[in-house]
Design a protein around this ligand. Structure first.
Ligand code: PMV
Length: 314
């Protein structure tokens, strides 16, 4: 056999400096009121998250982003990504260096699944890994909170806390998160309403409502807190009908806060028609995901929503 021309010299493989990952999240009960100090319940997004790898950049720089859609879209614009990375370096006391940042995620952006918090926690873990710094989940959460505020304006901290802890939590701003006690199992489907929404705008709309009617809005937040407490107790007892009642009541609160949307209501109506005991928006609302509690036999619901993300609490 004759020898052909030798293959071109390939460039050396890129030098991997560090990696980090984090799950997305789904709020079960209590969004928006949690921004004003009330409790809320959240769980990691089922099997979904964000991975970051940092590579040494030999030429160019200071930072090259290697992204895939859907990450490369708002709220993940390059300027915000650069700022988030700078925040992470500053918060960890690690000097910035030329980097190629590879980001992969299967979280839909602007849909209430905590994609920006998952990215922030994964970035913090990757930068710490590259600097050989140990990073506790409390520290990862704290660092990510800085970038959350940049993405969201006012933020409660529930997204970064759930992304950093990676377990179902009862969360209240300013208090250590408590692992959620779950008896039995609760199956959920996450159905996209088909409408993307901005958390920053939804949070601002609730703030405007509170400015107009502080007494009424604070009273509504208190009602939400009571519903969160009864939902938490239902989860601890393995009591699906009571959890369904809490989810339904919380959706009514969220409507009154003005953060539902006709597309969300259409998903809820369809889910109930296919046998779901309850459904509500999850996250900031005005679009995004709808959280559907599945009945004992979830098959008809699965057929009704073929693209749904499925997850189990417990
Ligand atoms: O839209 P998401 O997934 O980022 O959820 C935001 C939850 C809010 O309560 C509306 C805001 C917050 O920071 O808690």
């Amino acid at each position: 056999m004759s020898e052909g021309p030798s293959p071109p010299l390939s460039s050396p493989p890129p030098l991997l400096l560090g990696r980090g990952q984090a799950p997305g999240k789904a709020i079960l009960l209590g969004e928006h009121a949690v921004v004003y100090g009330r409790p809320a319940l959240a769980m990691p997004a089922p099997g979904r998250g964000t991975q970051v790898e940092l590579y040494a950049l030999l030429s160019g720089g200071p930072v090259e982003w290697d992204l895939e859609t859907p990450l490369d879209s708002p709220p993940h614009r390059r300027r915000e990504l650069d700022a988030a990375l700078a925040d992470v370096h500053a918060a960890l006391g690690v000097p910035p260096r030329p980097l190629r940042v590879r980001v992969r995620s299967d979280l839909p952006p602007a849909a209430g699944m905590g994609s920006s918090a998952a990215l922030a926690v994964a970035l913090a873990r990757a930068v710490a890994d590259a600097a050989a710094l140990p990073l506790s989940r409390e520290e990862a959460s704290r660092v990510a909170f800085e970038t959350e505020r940049r993405f969201h304006g006012r933020a409660s901290g529930i997204d970064n806390t759930t992304a950093a802890w990676g377990i179902p939590l009862a969360f209240r701003p300013g208090a250590p998160p408590e692992p959620l006690v779950v008896r039995g199992t609760f199956r959920f489907l996450w159905v996209h309403s088909g409408v993307t929404s901005s958390t920053r705008d939804a949070v601002a709309a609730v703030a405007a409502l509170r400015d107009r009617d502080p007494g009424g809005t604070e009273a509504l937040f208190d009602e939400i807190a009571a519903t969160v407490a009864s939902g938490r107790a239902a989860i601890a007892r393995g009591d699906a009908p009571s959890l369904a009642a809490a989810l339904t009541s919380n959706q009514a609160h969220l409507r009154r806060l003005g953060v539902s949307h006709p597309a969300i209501e259409a998903v809820i109506t369809r889910a109930l028609a296919w046998g779901a005991p309850a459904a509500k928006l999850t996250g900031a609302g005005r679009g995004g995901m709808v959280l559907v509690l599945a009945p004992d036999d979830p098959e008809p619901l699965r057929r009704a929503f073929p693209g749904a993300v499925e997850g189990v609490l417990g």
